[in-house]
Ligand binder design. Structure first.
Ligand SMILES: *Cc1c(COP(=O)(O)O)cnc(C)c1O
Length: 370
């Protein structure tokens, strides 16, 4: 269709700094003493699965942690051969592929273990699996009673190799006391099951667990969010670098008189003549609409300016009365080093994880190595 007219530049884009990603990985590596499973589920938290795994593939990572088989396939199709760990329960129908391609599942029930065993037997192989233990997350794993018995039963499946043991922290960024108890409970479990000799991989920590706690006998960590530059524990934020800057441009600037409504529902009405910049990003790009009216800012020409009225699907309005120089085409930082994504998340009453994964495919991802 379009070989005559120029391709229009994107109205909203995300600049993703792979150098910062690698430096954040180095921070994780320093904290963990052992090895790393880089968590890249949900398109590497919205940063683009293929590009992120390619950037990290050369960094000596023990595993990539994914949510499902589709993500695992995309990693292989990108030509990356790092081991893949499935962080959650798998469908029965997916297991043949998992076995055939030597991906590593975590095991939460004897029934799934048996199916993996039978499939591995049919391939004449031993599939490496990890024993998942529920020490408080309530989402997966064997509930931590009678685990010795469970392990004994799992060990009867001779086409499985119980290579690792893992558990997950629900409140490492909210409840230190509970998390410390979880660490000691997990240690007691590992010891009860035969100690560190028994498992090649022992893992419990997500980003918050890794940054905020002694790792004890764990020799593998599963950081996600911190790799993308955000610390779930604010006190460690300064150790990390921004990876994604979400940007847009001013598409229009007008001065509206006092008493003029702005955007749907006219929730904002000017009280004085107001220079209003229209910016080319909205909730159709993943900027949360519920932030409307909560006092969120954007960053233009080195200053903050408030969003006024409701965020619409493709556009939002910003009060730029304070700066007469702002003009059509000016770059706008929606979040990044000057407007922390955590600030937007707070105003949206959610978490940075959700803001990142909510950035839609319409937003062009541009990769840089700085
Ligand atoms: C998503 C996830 C992680 C990563 O968590 P972050 O808080 O993003 O570091 C680690 N482990 C499991 C099991 C997960 O599901």
């Amino acid at each position: 269709m379009n070989d005559v007219f120029p391709v229009s530049p994107p109205r909203a884009w995300a600049e993703i700094n792979l150098g910062a990603l690698k430096r954040n990985l180095a921070v994780a590596r320093e904290a963990c003493a052992g090895e790393l499973m880089a968590v890249v589920k949900a398109g590497a938290y919205g940063h683009g699965l293929e590009e992120i795994v390619k950037a990290l593939a050369a960094e000596k990572i023990a595993f990539f942690g994914v949510a499902n088989v589709g993500e695992a396939r995309r990693i292989r199709n990108a030509g990356v051969e790092t081991r893949i760990y499935l962080l959650g329960a798998t469908w029965s129908q997916e297991r043949a592929e998992i076995v055939a391609r030597d991906w590593t599942p975590c095991i939460s029930s004897l029934a799934e273990a048996e199916q993996f065993h039978l499939l591995a037997a049919a391939h004449n192989k031993r599939l490496k699996v990890h024993l998942a233990v529920d020490t408080g997350m309530g989402r997966g794993g064997f509930v931590a009673d009678h685990l010795a018995e469970t392990l004994a039963q799992l060990e009867k499946f001779e086409n499985l190799e119980i290579e690792g043991i893992g558990s997950h922290l629900p409140s490492a960024d909210e409840d230190v006391e509970f998390t410390l108890k979880q660490f000691s409970r997990f240690r007691a479990i590992v010891n009860e099951l035969g100690g560190t000799e028994k498992f090649k991989w022992i893992h419990l920590s997500n980003s918050a667990g890794l940054l905020g706690y002694e790792q004890g006998l764990c020799n593998l960590s599963r950081p996600g969010l911190m790799l993308y530059g955000i610390s779930p524990l604010p006190s460690f934020q300064e150790k990390l670098e921004t990876v994604m800057i979400l940007k847009s441009r001013v598409t229009l600037v007008r001065t509206l008189p006092a008493g003029h409504g702005i955007s749907y529902g006219r929730q904002f009405v000017t009280t004085k003549p107001t220079r209003v910049a229209t910016v080319g990003i909205g909730y159709g790009d993943g900027y949360p609409r519920c932030v409307s009216g909560k006092g969120a800012d954007v960053w233009i020409r080195g200053q903050r300016y408030p969003i006024i009225g409701r965020v619409t699907m493709d556009q939002m309005m910003v009060d730029v009365t304070a700066n007469e120089e702002i003009t059509e085409g000016d770059e706008v930082e929606i979040f990044g080093p000057n407007i922390p994504v955590t600030e937007i998340a707070e105003k949206a009453e959610t978490i940075a994880w959700e803001i990142f994964t909510g950035i839609t495919p319409r937003v062009t991802r541009l990769y840089q190595m700085e």
